[in-house]
Design a protein around this ligand. Structure first.
Ligand code: GLN
Length: 478
């Protein structure tokens, strides 16, 4: 059970003199210590976080108006986000020892509003994976059941919130890496529209898919953090120029929603029957509240994963070319010449899954196969994009389970990467199309583990999605 469930609760305690920002940081540091066995943090910024909190408390005592909107917010950050003068490794050996020269725009904006960063957390190497087992720094364990994975790739982020070691966490979502671990750990995970938050200072995996997202206990905190991080940025030309609404101040969903779901998803062979029941219970409650829930045809579900893994491996093979043993981090210490320096540093520095993807990506981009794979996958992406937007012309949201199953056992799927890829089936669509999506806890499976449901909205409709998610999150246990 978490001590704090929202920033509002923390700020109220501070206001009444029951605690201070330092007190909150101290509480979370003690939680980090108590949960060390879960292997959540790659690095804890203990002294620095305490010092920053003390300084903020001092300012607050002098003048309450002088602190930012995130005063009292203690967060962890996924180890793919640059934080000036701190190490960032992408969960990879190849970046070991590398220190960020600047902060990601998202981080900078949170700091400007007086958030405190307590540490950087574990993840699958460069975000490639769904279980946090592909980290150079060993797997993170699920706090509900340490024999289970926390999901991934933002598994450290999810468990950092689940185990009450911070109030919220920044993750990244290329194909579900915020939403799926949130679902596996019983918390809320949200990815915004592609381009809503600047990617400047985020180690790139699949640049046309990557987005920063928030893992938290409350829709209000998610909305506030998003509001602060979002918006145009001179350092990222793909960041949207659209003005950022005051998401956090308009979280009452007005009217009745029209929600679409796909029978192809709910009848999918990979879907755990309990997840199907949870979806049915959700529909029942939604209809009970006057919302409309209807099945629509979507014939492309089984094409999403193949197309995604062609496109993201292609982008990854290009993005990861920069880790050459010369410019950043790790360098092999026994090569004989320049070519061997490249080869051996990459051979020793990258893990198995990353190498698999670099090879796959290089293959699908090779001149003889480019049209057969890369061009074809782009065409499939376009079809999925157009069909999805067509559905969203008639519906406010698309419903999906967050994942086909609950958290699997550590090691269970380690020898079957394709099975792990296929488990992304319900989250990847949002990234293929660039839509905002949120996963919300939906009770427990009879096996005791958390279940999550997911809603997607049209591009730039975060406001509507968050307000609706807040309503759904208040439904009695489903
Ligand atoms: N599991 C997916 C992958 O490995 C998604 C990862 C992510 O969103 N970063 O590509």
């Amino acid at each position: 059970m978490s001590k704090y469930h929202s920033l509002e609760a923390i700020q109220a305690e501070i206001q009444f003199g029951l605690t201070s920002c330092e007190g909150v940081v101290r509480y979370y540091l003690s939680q980090i210590e108590a949960n060390e066995y879960l292997n959540i943090y790659i690095e804890v910024f203990a002294e620095e976080a305490l010092e920053r909190a003390r300084e903020l408390d001092r300012r607050y005592r002098e003048n309450r108006e002088s602190v930012g909107r995130l005063y009292g917010l203690v967060i962890s950050i996924k180890d793919v986000l640059c934080y000036k003068d701190h190490q960032v490794t992408g969960g990879s050996k190849i970046l070991s020892g590398f220190t960020s020269l600047f902060s990601a725009t998202a981080i900078e904006r949170l700091l400007e509003e007086d958030a405190v960063i307590i540490g950087r957390v574990n993840c699958d190497e460069f975000g490639m994976g769904s279980s946090t087992e592909n980290s150079h720094y060993s797997p993170t364990l699920n706090a509900d059941n340490p024999a289970r994975v926390p999901g991934g790739s933002s598994g450290g982020s999810a468990v950092s919130v689940q185990a009450d070691t911070c109030l919220a966490s920044l993750g990244t979502d290329t194909g579900g890496s915020v939403r799926q671990p949130a679902a596996f750990c019983g918390i809320i995970g949200m990815k915004p529209t592609y381009g809503r938050i600047s990617r400047h200072g985020l180690l790139a995996y699949g640049s046309s898919f990557d987005q920063i997202g928030v893992l938290s206990h409350s829709v209000d905190d998610t909305a506030l953090m998003l509001e602060i991080m979002a918006g145009a940025d001179d350092f990222d030309s793909t960041a949207s120029q659209k003005p950022v609404p005051a998401y956090s101040r308009n979280l009452r969903f007005k009217g009745k929603a029209k929600i679409a779901y796909f029978n192809s998803a709910l009848d999918h062979e990979s879907l755990d029957p309990e997840m199907r029941k949870a979806s049915a219970r959700m529909f029942f409650q939604l209809r009970d509240k006057g919302h409309t829930v209807e099945a629509v045809d979507f014939e492309y579900l089984d094409y999403i994963i193949p197309a995604y893994y062609v496109l993201t491996t292609a982008e990854a093979s290009s993005n990861l070319a920069r880790y050459d043993g010369i410019r950043y981090g790790y360098r092999s210490d026994h090569p004989n010449d320049l070519l061997e320096t490249y080869k051996q540093s990459r051979t020793e520095g990258f893990g198995t899954e990353v190498k698999r993807r670099i090879m796959l990506g290089t293959f699908v981009l090779s001149s003889g196969y480019y049209d057969a794979y890369y061009t074809k996958a782009q065409q499939v992406r376009r079809l999925i994009h157009d069909k999805t937007l067509e559905i969203l012309k008639d519906y406010d949201f698309i419903f999906m389970p967050a994942a086909p199953s609950t958290a699997w056992k550590i090691g269970e799927k380690i020898d079957d990467p394709v099975e792990v890829y296929l488990a992304d089936i319900f989250t990847v669509q949002a990234n293929m199309v660039g839509l905002p999506a949120i996963s919300i806890p939906a009770g427990r499976h009879p096996n005791g583990l958390a279940l999550g449901v997911q809603f997607m909205a049209n591009k730039s409709e975060e406001q509507k999605l968050l307000a609706f998610a807040k309503e759904v999150n208040q439904f009695p246990e489903i």
